[in-house]
Design a protein around this ligand. Structure first.
Ligand code: 6PG
Length: 240
């Protein structure tokens, strides 16, 4: 089996692996620069990982860690659908991280304004102008059963986006508009970690890993210069 794929018996082992990877990558990053940057996903899968991070308050240099979001629903932070709310409640509230190191996608009057504001924030933080692309140390992603990743869905034109860093996604099947990092940003990361569990993800993981459908958004996640890790439990890996 390919070395970018790591299969574990249970969620506990997966979480320990991801935490060790996060620690290793952040320590390496902090040798070269004065911060470590990570973009986190929403969804259900990472909730217990985030809760575990909350129980390891001394594990990371939180004062040098900058936490961004991969995507967000266009809802206020108080809404249960908010990814920021989930991440904040699961662990940010429990660790000692400076307020300025947390970079939620702020919800403005319109989704477009929110996307533009976040794009500007990324450009400023990573010190990239008009055509530059930020380079995250880590982007953490989940995978949808339909092959979506972040808020990039099958056959949505935003998966062809080449210049924007952050875009709005509107789809009939979604309750709310979404705001998401684009593929150029995701693929420019130094490390991309997919965290996927459960039997209901087995078929899509088979499609992705056997490259049966190259047009799925998740199949378009190919780091330009970085590393990609698929971290799966045995159920998600059961058809590989
Ligand atoms: C979100 C995510 C989305 C998620 C997948 C998997 O905000 O919902 O960014 O891309 O990672 O839908 O979600 P689950 O972990 O709930 O299966």
């Amino acid at each position: 089996m390919n070395k970018e794929i790591f299969v574990f018996e249970g969620v506990n082992e997966i979480e320990d692996f991801i935490i060790a990877k996060w620690r290793e990558i952040s320590q390496e990053a902090l040798v070269q620069k004065d911060n470590f940057t990570i973009a986190l996903s929403g969804g259900k899968t990472p909730v217990s990982l985030y809760q575990k991070l909350a129980r390891l308050p001394e594990m990371f240099a939180w004062d040098k860690t900058h936490i961004f979001l991969v995507d967000e629903r266009f809802v206020p932070f108080s809404n249960v659908e908010s990814n920021y709310r989930m991440i904040k409640e699961s662990f940010l509230d429990q660790i000692k991280i400076p307020e300025g190191n947390i970079h939620p996608i702020h919800i403005e009057q319109g989704a477009l304004q929110s996307a533009q504001r976040y794009e500007k924030e990324l450009q400023q933080f990573f010190d990239v102008r008009e055509i530059g692309i930020p380079k995250f140390d880590v982007v953490m992603l989940g995978v949808g059963q339909d092959g979506h990743v972040a808020s990039l869905f099958v056959q949505d034109k935003v998966i062809e986006e080449k210049y924007r860093l952050v875009v709005v996604v509107k789809r009939q099947e979604l309750k709310n508009e979404r705001i998401t990092l684009t593929l150029p940003v995701i693929n420019n990361a130094k490390n991309i970690i997919f965290y996927v569990t459960g039997e209901n993800k087995a078929a899509i993981m088979k499609e992705i890993i056997n490259r049966q459908n190259g047009s799925l958004p998740v199949s378009l996640v190919r780091p330009l210069h970085g590393c990609r890790f698929f971290v799966l439990d045995h159920l998600a890996a059961s058809l590989l």
